[in-house]
Ligand binder design. Structure first.
Ligand code: NAD
Ligand code: UD1
Length: 336
């Protein structure tokens, strides 16, 4: 297939591009480099022996997007481009609504003009809000507690309405749980700007000596050891979920939300313990107050992805942490 990957130089995008190139797809990336670097491109080439086309452009820039669709044959889009930091979204909500929501509307309008009506969208388990009990099922009510989550929810609504209005659209909204890990080569991985917000990059930077100690946000939750439980999924499994979603778009009627998770929960302390064993490094930590907006336990019901896409996560926690550590220890300063 001829594919356009927005946000394709980012963390999940770059891993997905690798899997798509390996399968012989033609890949063009559009990214404005807001949270990534072109240094990932030679790494992708090193892994696959192939290079995707790279176009530096903003999805909000209608003329640039029109040019992309005029100059490239495109059968389907995987839409990763977006801002994703929850805390930052509280401080600069308009940037999040503009970039994520308006940017997606612009992308969809240009796609419609060029009669490209197949899209896989990066949604998030954040759309389940605070009031559902795990395992989370796609049919549960959705809500959001911060501007980032609102943008994901709004885009889902836009995509559902679009599919309802025109049966030619085939849309998969993939609700990711917690992507971690890196490519087994150690050549590509997550490269957050500044101090990481998410657990795994934080732990990895403590292990490598860039950060002094982890703050564990709460040890009094009603969980196995009092710390928060999440459904961590290997980024390569997630990438393969996108491949399956693309291959299944013709089976999807309109717009379909699909969880991509493992169905298993792991606590913060279990992550720390596994990381210590894998990296053979101490991970100093301190118990801190709960983080606003966190809930005790989040994990997926992953049956729909299995039934509809024929996909399930294959990589376990040890592999996720081994690959995170390989990436972090071989690239202590990311791509720099
Ligand atoms: P990332 O920041 O590494 O990748 C996103 C990419 O989009 C970056 O390369 C960035 O430069 C680009 N981008 C942002 N705004 C753009 C714009 N206006 N035009 C063009 N490019 C733009 O993030 P990621 O972790 O790879 O996440 C990819 C997608 O998955 C995002 O939409 C994110 O919200 C969603 N998601 C991520 C997680 C997670 O934990 N990583 C969980 C759920 C959902
Ligand atoms: C967070 C976001 C969510 C987003 C997801 C993936 C919040 C409230 N939620 O989810 O919207 O979709 O990232 O990008 O920010 N933890 C620590 N210390 C740390 C970091 C995290 O103890 O320094 C704990 C958290 O309290 C949580 C677990 O580790 O229990 C995982 O946290 P994180 O990686 O931030 O993911 P989520 O909270 O699931």
């Amino acid at each position: 297939m001829n594919l356009l990957i927005t946000g394709g130089t980012g963390y999940i995008g770059s891993h997905t591009v690798v899997e798509l190139l390996k399968l012989g797809h033609d890949v063009a990336i559009v990214d404005n480099l807001a949270n990534s670097s072109t240094q990932v491109l030679p790494r992708i080439e090193q892994i696959t022996g192939l290079s995707p086309r790279f176009i530096e452009a903003d999805i909000c820039d209608r003329a640039a997007m029109d040019k992309v669709f005029s100059e490239n044959a495109i059968d389907a889009v995987i839409h990763f481009a977006g801002l994703k930091a929850v805390g930052e979204s509280n401080d600069i909500p308009l940037s999040y609504y503009h970039n994520n929501v308006s940017g997606t509307v612009t992308l969809l309008e240009v796609m419609a003009e060029h009669k490209v009506k197949n899209i896989v969208f990066s949604s998030s388990a954040t759309v389940y809000g605070e009031n559902n009990q795990s395992p989370l099922v796609e049919t549960m009510p959705t809500s959001a507690t911060n501007p980032y989550g609102q943008t994901k929810l709004m885009i889902e609504h836009i995509l559902f309405d679009l599919a309802k209005s025109d049966p030619e659209w085939s849309i998969a909204c993939l609700r990711y749980f917690n992507p971690i890990g890196a490519h087994e080569s150690g050549l590509i991985g997550e490269n957050p700007n500044g101090i990481p917000n998410n657990l795994l990059p934080y732990v990895a930077q403590v292990a490598v000596g860039r950060l002094a100690q982890l703050q564990i946000f709460g040890d009094d939750y009603d969980t196995i050891d009092g710390t928060g439980v999440r459904d961590y999924i290997h980024v390569v499994d997630l990438a393969l979920g996108h491949v399956k979603a693309l291959e299944s778009l013709d089976k999807i009627d309109g717009c379909q939300a699909i969880n991509l998770g493992t169905g298993n929960g792991t606590s913060v302390l279990q992550i720390v313990e596994q990381f210590k064993q894998t990296a053979e490094r101490d991970i100093p930590y301190q118990i801190a107050p709960r983080r606003a907006g966190d809930i005790a336990t989040v994990f997926a019901n992953a049956e729909l992805a299995n039934n509809l896409l024929g996909w399930q996560a294959e990589r376990g926690l040890v592999e996720m942490i081994t690959d995170t550590w390989r990436w972090q220890s071989q690239n202590p300063n990311g791509f720099e």
